[in-house]
Design a protein around this ligand. Structure first.
Ligand SMILES: [Zn+2]
Length: 205
């Protein structure tokens, strides 16, 4: 017979779970002024044999975790930041309406993606537009927000339509070119840029 008892209410970080007179502080808990509190979001478990209370961290299925790959569209641009509305999490449809934020100040070991100096040493700035489809990787969940990076080679814009005529585009090195009107724009593109990525995601499997 199990000596453990759980109640299935979600405990939030900092919440009181027991007094030190009742239990010992176990995994994912800390003690503050005689009160045992939770260190994370999870389910309270009381082990009556060990007289210990622990918090079993709950995996939030609908919240991205560090290392997850997101694909979404740029919904907002603010300064050097973009907000990405997540459409796919690890290549699976994701519809919880969450967004991730990413910096467009991109630094890579090879000296930076954000700016490329052309022959005249003029700085060329990558362009971001609302609606661009971006792939990012979650690297931080600070302050309950999902922070993504788009700086790796396989990250960045995976597809966009022409902002002038709405036409289809193709990738030429760091440039997007509209096949309808010839518009060209420098962007931080993912190495596998192309609408095939989106078509593959939509395929039933
Ligand atoms: Zn065009």
């Amino acid at each position: 017979m199990s000596k453990k008892k759980s109640n299935y209410t979600m405990i939030i970080p900092g919440e009181h779970v027991a007094f030190i007179e009742e239990f010992e502080s176990g995994k994912n808990t800390f003690v503050l002024d005689g009160s045992i509190r939770s260190l994370g979001l999870g389910i309270k478990e009381c082990d009556f044999k060990k007289r210990q209370v622990t918090i079993e961290r709950k995996k939030q299925a609908n919240f991205p975790q560090i290392g997850d790959i997101i694909i979404g569209y740029i919904e907002m641009l603010f300064g050097s930041m973009i907000s990405i509305r997540i459409l796919y999490l690890n290549n699976k449809k994701f519809d919880s309406g969450l967004s991730a934020i990413a910096s467009t100040r991109i630094v890579s070991e090879s000296g930076g993606w954000n700016h490329r100096r052309d022959r005249g040493e003029r700085r060329v700035k990558f362009v971001y537009r609302v609606g661009d489809i971006v792939r990012g990787r979650i690297f931080s969940l600070l302050n309950s927000s999902a922070h993504a990076t788009i700086s790796d080679k396989d990250l960045g814009i995976v597809y966009c339509i022409c902002y002038i005529c709405g036409g289809d585009t193709v990738k030429l090195n760091n440039t997007v070119k509209c096949i309808e009107c010839g518009m060209m724009e420098e962007k931080k593109l993912a190495s596998d840029f192309g609408k095939e990525i989106l078509l593959a995601l939509e395929k039933p499997r």
